[in-house]
Ligand binder design. Structure first.
Ligand code: A2P
Length: 312
């Protein structure tokens, strides 16, 4: 299946984003290059990255090798990156985008996202384990005073004007943050990428995205590998009915909602298995049954990462 043939959405720039993408969040340093090469070999053409995943250089090594050996042109891949919270000041956004491009070995990204709707103090580039957050003397987060999301968005628009990004969007934006963005954006966000899966379907947020014509991308479609949708009995039964795996059913459900879906794996066999799910067709009844599994179970609770909730 090629990029053009598989299920996809066309973004405002005209670029086609395959609905199934390969996630690189939590891909460990030392295993990321092999995982991305496995994903490209399996057929993935949509790769989701971010500066704060601390592995963009390795992703870039995989791209370099892939372009040299596969004969597949850059234009056949859809690549996303994200500006980290410490790079929200307008003068920092373009610099951060260029750093990601350098690490990824690219001239442009297809999609550049604001990773979270809040601005922290600049701790330097590249983003590392030591500077992804600048702590104050009480151990709290230091915020970037006076930097608004509108300021950040103007600089995101500049990334498009400079040809560094084909489309721009947001990630982890709540209904209110998105509504606000629709007021100040000259180039409207193309995408809102958020946690969503059968146990956490984000129906209201998806409805608001649809109202504004903002495409919704689901990350952690497998529930981050934690106890949850992967172990669900209904999912297991539907998987049996298709001679498929629970992971494939979860991915297929997401794709059949019309959203794009990101699945991460570091294991070559699971990467191949997951990619095949994009063409698994669930019946309308099965989609309905999976829709009934929603229980508001967030598996990426930001409180665990930085001590305050940011998903509401
Ligand atoms: P691994 O990398 O060892 O394959 P999410 O995409 O929701 O963040 O989930 C990623 C988690 O799900 C990882 O722990 C990953 O482990 C695991 N995973 C990925 N694919 C599968 C699969 N097909 N079956 C079971 N677990 C999977």
């Amino acid at each position: 299946m090629t990029h053009e043939e598989g299920p996809h959405v066309t973004l405002p720039s005209g670029k086609k984003m395959p609905l199934l993408g390969f996630g690189t969040w939590k891909a460990e340093q030392g295993e990321t290059k092999a995982a991305v090469l496995s994903a490209l070999n399996a057929g993935y053409r949509h790769i989701d990255c971010a500066a704060v995943y601390l592995n963009e250089k390795e992703v870039g090594e995989a791209f370099k090798e892939w372009f040299a050996t596969s004969g597949v042109p850059r234009s056949d891949l859809f690549i996303t990156s994200k500006v980290w919270n410490t790079m929200h000041a307008p003068e920092d956004v373009v610099t951060a985008c260029k750093q990601s491009l350098e690490d990824l070995g690219l001239d442009y990204v297809d999609l550049y996202l604001v990773h979270h709707p809040f601005a922290w103090k600049n701790g330097g580039l590249p983003i590392t384990e030591d500077n992804w957050v600048v702590r104050n003397d009480k151990g709290g987060i230091t915020w970037a005073e006076g930097v608004t999301l509108e300021d950040t968005w103007r600089a995101m628009e500049k990334c498009v004007e400079l040809g560094l990004a084909k489309d721009i969007g947001v990630s982890n934006y709540s209904v209110l943050a998105l509504m606000d963005a629709m007021q100040y954006a000259r180039i409207k966000p193309a995408v809102n990428q958020c946690e969503a899966h059968c146990y956490y379907q984000r129906c209201e947020l998806r409805q608001v995205c649809a109202m504004f014509g903002v495409h919704f991308t689901m990350y952690s479609i497998l529930g981050s590998g934690k106890k949850g949708p992967l172990q669900d009995e209904v999912v297991a039964r539907i998987a049996n009915e298709h001679d498929a795996t629970p992971a494939q059913v979860l991915i297929a459900w997401g794709v059949q909602t019309g959203c794009s879906v990101l699945a991460k794996s570091a294991n070559a066999a699971r990467i191949e298995q997951n990619f095949k799910a994009a063409t698994l067709k669930l019946s309308a009844e099965q989609v309905e049954e999976l829709g009934a599994l929603d229980r508001g179970l967030m598996t990426c609770n930001m409180v665990e990462y930085w001590g305050f909730p940011s998903h509401a």
